[in-house]
Design a protein around this ligand. Structure first.
Ligand SMILES: CC(C)(COP(=O)(O)OP(=O)(O)OC[C@H]1O[C@@H](n2cnc3c(N)ncnc32)[C@H](O)[C@@H]1OP(=O)(O)O)[C@@H](O)C(=O)NCCC(=O)NCCS
Length: 331
């Protein structure tokens, strides 16, 4: 057998920069009440959400991704052409093919790079980050752009009391590159397809066309809540252990923003000390699926609540069911 050359890359990888984009339309809880029997008080108490952002005319998943990625590239100080791979995580891009990532790469001036979309719902950013870290360490690209972008408002059933008020639109992006020290801990990820019916699309495309309907998101909120506060809590602990980090050594916690009560339960389970800064962007942004974690990361760094070089735990979970988390050094 003829031996083949293998690619080799950097010993370690880290996140070099982050950027995000929020659409301009602010949708408060009052707005939702024209569609569902609810109240601002109930939504705030049960989820922590006061408002979310939805795309306005002229804003699309593409414009949001370009804005977030453009900021991340600019903050990295890199020439776009040095980026060798682009991974976009989304579940709300209208085209099943072609993927949006190649178009984004071209529009960002990145040019000839590996570019593809992944579908891992609210765990998508962490999934893509794990791939980026491996790509850099394997030498398959020196720099990788990870984008997570969603326009969940387009697939939200406004008449569904269980989901209408939960989701928002937005995008977040990071540039991952080589590092002298490790800035991305081992990923703890997985799936449970036996629970595929817990979060669903109301019809596949064939059925939707036959019925003249448009597929929307459906969800068994209680089942997700239970899974997130039991199984996911354990996965978050595993991500800390895998990185060799104790709760005391953690500076920042960025869980998927699905529900503040889920976040509170995770905090209790992990016994995180008082000094840990906890992302609560759900209050103003709602749940942005894959985009949630990088958007929250950028918000915490921009506000000064979190600082570059600090150690953060991220964990995402959602439709599939899928989950993914790792400890990172903030850019
Ligand atoms: C969706 C979610 C907020 C619902 O909260 P909940 O406490 O589980 O609500 P339940 O469905 O158990 O309903 C509790 C009560 O509130 C009522 N209720 C449900 N939706 C309501 C609404 N929009 N407004 C007012 N009342 C509502 C129910 O009728 C029920 O009333 P009852 O006790 O008189 O029967 C919660 O389950 C959740 O956040 N789950 C996680 C979902 C998620 O984040 N998914 C995304 C994963 S990526």
């Amino acid at each position: 057998m003829t031996e083949l050359k293998a690619s080799t890359g950097a010993k370690y990888a880290r996140i070099l920069s982050v950027g995000s984009a929020t659409p301009s339309r602010v949708i408060d809880n009052e707005f939702m009440l024209q569609y569902i029997d609810s109240s601002d008080e109930w939504i705030t108490q049960r989820t922590g959400i006061k408002e979310r952002r939805w795309v306005a005319e002229g804003e699309t998943i593409e414009t949001l991704c370009l804005e977030a990625a453009g900021k991340a590239i600019e903050r990295s100080g890199l020439e776009p052409s040095t980026i060798g791979a682009v991974i976009l995580s989304t579940i709300s891009h209208y085209h099943q093919t072609p993927a949006l990532a190649p178009k984004l790469a071209a529009e960002l001036g990145i040019g000839d790079a590996a570019a593809y979309d992944i579908s891992a719902a609210c765990a998508g950013f962490s999934y893509a980050l794990a791939q980026a870290e491996s790509i850099v360490r394997a030498g398959q690209a020196e720099y990788v752009l990870v984008i997570a972008g969603e326009t969940i408002s387009h697939i939200t059933d406004l008449t569904d009391r269980g989901t209408a008020f939960l989701f928002g639109d937005g995008a977040g992006a990071v540039v991952v590159g080589p590092s002298e020290t490790n800035g991305i801990g081992p990923v703890i990820w997985g799936s449970d397809g036996a629970q595929e019916g817990v979060i669903w699309q109301t019809a596949d495309w064939q059925k939707a066309v036959a019925e003249g309907t448009f597929p929307k998101l459906g969800m068994d909120g209680r089942a997700v809540f239970k899974w997130a506060t039991t199984f996911i809590a354990g996965a978050a602990k595993q991500a800390l252990d895998a990185a060799g980090i104790s709760p005391e050594q953690l500076d920042v916690f960025i869980p998927h923003q699905a529900n503040n009560r889920i976040t509170d339960t995770l905090l209790r389970y992990l016994k995180l000390p008082e000094h840990v800064v906890v992302a609560r962007t759900i209050q103003h942004l709602g749940n942005n699926s894959a985009a949630t974690i990088p958007m929250a990361m950028d918000a915490l760094l921009s506000s000064g609540e979190a600082k570059s070089g600090q150690t953060a735990l991220i964990i995402g979970f959602g439709a599939g069911l899928v989950y993914s988390g790792q400890v990172i050094t903030l850019p």
